[in-house]
Design a protein around this ligand. Sequence first.
Ligand SMILES: Nc1ncnc2c1ncn2[C@@H]1O[C@H](COP(=O)(O)OP(=O)(O)OP(=O)(O)O)[C@@H](O)[C@H]1O
Ligand SMILES: [Mg+2]
Length: 508
Amino acid sequence: MSTVLEQIEQQIAKLSAKAVRKNTGTIRTLADGVAKIDGLSDVMYNEMVQFPGGAIGIALNLEENEVGCVILGDVSQLKEGDEVKTTGKLLSVPVGKALLGRAVDALGQPIDGKGPIDAKETYPVEKIAPGIIERKSVTQPLLTGIMAIDSMIPIGRGQRELIIGDRGTGKTTIAVDTIINQAKINKVGLASGDPKFRPVYSIYVAIGQKNSNIVRTIAALENAGALEYTIIVAAPAADNAANQYIAPYSGASMGEWFMENNMDSLIVYDDLSKHAVAYRQISLILKRPSGREAYPGDVFYLHSRLLERSARLDGKGSLTALPIIETLAGDVSAYIPTNVISITDGQIFLETDLFNQGIRPAVSVGLSVSRVGSAAQLKATKQVAGKLKGELAQFRELAAFSQFGSDLDAKTKSQLDRGARVVELFKQPAFDPISIELQVVTLWAMQKGYYENLTISKVMSAAASLRTFMTTRHDTLLTKIRTKAAVDAEIEAELKTACDSWQSTFSA
Ligand SMILES: Nc1ncnc2c1ncn2[C@@H]1O[C@H](COP(=O)(O)OP(=O)(O)OP(=O)(O)O)[C@@H](O)[C@H]1O
Ligand SMILES: [Mg+2]
């Protein structure tokens, strides 16, 4: 026993009392927004570290004798040998209603020149997604205002619906339309004074986009009066990869604040393909091994932990996610698209061919699906749109097939004719979402054959004229459809009278 004690005493005596600098380190190497740091022995995974000059880093690689950090903010002032301090805090961003109407960077700092943001709270950027006990199934609709989507691929609050398609097929437009529609619904709902009305607040996260595109999106939202219900989180292409990597998580935290505080919110990630590329860049510089398509092995986890944070919480609010993925030549079987398809509850697939034929929004009915949203679809929409998706898918097949033969039987001809009218009906210009009551009217008139005697090219303008007619002359009927959310015998009778009188005024 005594020998053990002696040994310990000897060991202690040998220790020198030299101060050890535990929580500071020095930059050993610095490249492309990633720093390797010596001496940060106390740092936590994902902890914020402070660089001189105010730049912030996140510790991502904790190795035996160095720490790999990505740097957010300006790296031009940093050099090797600079001192780095740990902060003891996980990366956090400001959250709350003060951010509405503002454009911020990946760290939640304003970039719109409208002054500081007075946020009372902050949330950590990385949060564990809610577990299954806390969740509730989707039952409330989230209306996009796009007829083809609300009637055939309905989305519910808390759902994750992927928007996928090639470059320039209208992906951003669908997301922006949805945000604009929320603002429109919010204005009507809040003005109605209905205590049960739940507004939806939106967050648009722009990742790796050109600044000019982001400015265009903000302008579209502002013109539509939707900015006051929206937070813009921007990590443009000119930002370093670390900012682009963090931005969607920051946006998710801002959305979670609404969800936790019994409100509903919608988040758009535009787009996750560029997010994956930014993460690949960081990983390769951190010397993590690369795998399929040179992406690191955890790229699935990158997106799954982000999208799992969208949910509808029992007794609280919801966070609906619309992630966007860009495909190359329509290839949905590439690595990142298949990953994200498997994480989401459905996808809206946009086809280049349709877009070029002028069928916009270029939604492919065959390849688009919403796996949970029909539980949230309004009864009125179900009543008027019931079989449209099947009919339209059948039409596309028939149309391709009938190109080869001229002898078509009467039934096929009438199917083709009806299909062509539905296609026309679903064409909709950008940034012009249609309220659900007007969608019901438009589709009800289709169901009852009001567009049947028109030339096909006139269907779109006829539907638009019907909507104008209804808005100006039958406002009470529209309110009735909205509040009842179903087409009963009384509404049906009134619709018939209204549509009949519209038909007599409309000349094609
Ligand atoms: N429904 C529509 N009607 C008419 N034009 C549209 C419609 N949707 C999109 N466009 C037009 O198509 C172009 C591309 O749209 P958008 O930017 O939304 O596509 P994207 O898929 O997001 O493109 P990118 O791949 O560059 O991000 C825009 O000029 C837009 O105005
Ligand atoms: Mg886009």
